[in-house]
Design a protein around this ligand. Structure first.
Ligand SMILES: Cc1ncc(COP(=O)(O)O)c(C=O)c1O
Length: 389
């Protein structure tokens, strides 16, 4: 089956956070919405069928994760990432953000320090502070358009911390960490008895046929000292159904997480989330491969456009996912000034870089998970605004 990612689908008035709530969250309602990280594409046909089948059944009683759901998820990890996970290592969660909140609350004590590597997915900060912990930053280094981890700084800070939240692949920037990066990070964490939460939600969206290395797959020791969070939500555009899961082969960590999930009373899954996720993992591969090819073309298009048409801006060459990380530092705006410029002059709803923490100032994140024609419109708006400065 050939999927058509150029097809425009109107999401207005569907309760879409990205399309219907710009006024509430961005304070602007006439912008092109290129912010919230979901895609404007329909899910794979087998997923739509599975959801329809549940919907038409008409009985929407309590659900439970079936064995076949876990088998489908485990099979996916082995097929796509060469990581033979056992089904009993997996536990459901309605979302990765709730899972990370629970994990921080479960495995730290108030006052502890938790390491993050900014600029990074900003809900990590809230998970740390609501648990009464402190954010300990190990900022990424940006040199010649490439991000890398600062291991010297990490060596210095690790002895003070209890946990590290890794983002792999990293959002923003779409950074793919190498096996060597992850082993070096893992080694520092083991030496300092730091538990690693490895958020791998973007793992399935690695571009150009490169390899994502699941952190826990690198060694037995790292597997026992980490909890991985993954989800079909980014991969297959199911975020509104709220399905994700955590993986750990460590029975003590797994049991503590289970207790936390039950205490928070969010262990029971959504009926549609289970049906959709299982279908996606079983039958979504063809769709995903076509999606990745489409996203690669879009990324190339955006990189070339910015290089040629808006030379005052820069772009980080993404290795994963559908989010462009655009360097606007040369424009010289303050964070508030850049936000206003993008909303009012360019007419674009973007994520502002400063919310991702230190190192994010002067950047914006543009969501490319939509038909290329929409991306082209956004770039034209950006070009007009920047070139008229
Ligand atoms: C790194 C990362 N983790 C988690 C999430 C969201 O996860 P969920 O919707 O399952 O809470 C996102 C969404 O953009 C993300 O980029």
């Amino acid at each position: 089956m050939k999927y058509n990612f150029d097809k425009a689908i109107d999401r207005c008035n569907t309760g879409s956070l990205k399309w219907d709530f710009c006024e509430k969250y961005l304070d602007a309602d006439d912008v092109l919405p290129m912010w919230v990280a979901d895609m404007d594409f329909q899910a794979p046909a087998p997923v739509i069928e599975a959801v329809k089948e549940r919907a038409e059944h008409g009985v929407y009683g309590y659900a439970e994760e079936s064995r076949s759901f876990y088998e489908a998820a485990a099979g996916w990890m082995e097929r796509r990432h060469d990581w033979p996970v056992k089904t009993e290592w997996l536990q459901f969660c309605p979302g990765i953000v709730p899972a990370i909140h629970l994990l921080v609350q479960t495995f730290t004590r108030p006052g502890d320090q938790v390491i993050v590597q900014t600029p990074v997915y900003y809900p990590f900060f809230g998970a740390i502070t609501t648990a009464g912990c402190h954010i300990l930053n190990n900022p990424l280094k940006l040199e010649n358009g490439h991000y890398s981890m600062d291991f010297d700084d990490l060596e210095k800070k690790a002895p003070q911390a209890r946990m590290l939240i890794l983002c792999s692949p990293h959002n923003p920037g779409g950074i793919l960490w190498s096996r060597e990066d992850l082993l070096q990070l893992g080694d520092i964490c083991l030496k300092n008895d730091l538990l690693v939460i490895s958020d791998e939600i973007h793992a399935d969206l690695v571009l150009y046929r490169q390899k994502h290395w699941p952190f826990a797959s690198l060694s037995e020791e790292l597997a026992m000292n980490s909890i991985t969070t993954v989800a079909p939500s980014k991969t297959f555009n199911l975020a509104g159904l709220q399905a994700s899961y955590v993986i750990t082969p460590n029975p003590d960590l797994a049991a503590a997480y289970r207790t936390a999930l039950e205490k928070a009373a969010i262990a029971r899954p959504n009926l549609f989330a289970i049906a959709a996720s299982e279908a996606a993992y079983k039958y979504g591969e063809e769709w995903l491969d076509q999606l990745l090819a489409y996203l690669e073309e879009t990324h190339r298009f955006v990189e070339e456009f910015i290089e040629k048409e808006i030379p005052k801006l820069g772009i980080i060459r993404a290795q994963a996912s559908y989010l462009a990380w655009i360097d606007c530092r040369q424009l010289g705006f303050s964070p508030e000034g850049l936000k206003n410029f993008m909303l009012k002059e360019a007419g674009l709803g973007l994520n502002q870089g400063y919310i991702f923490g230190e190192g994010g100032e002067g950047f914006v994140r543009m969501n490319l998970g939509c038909p290329r024609a929409l991306v082209a419109r956004a770039l034209e708006k950006l070009k007009r605004a920047v070139n008229s400065l």
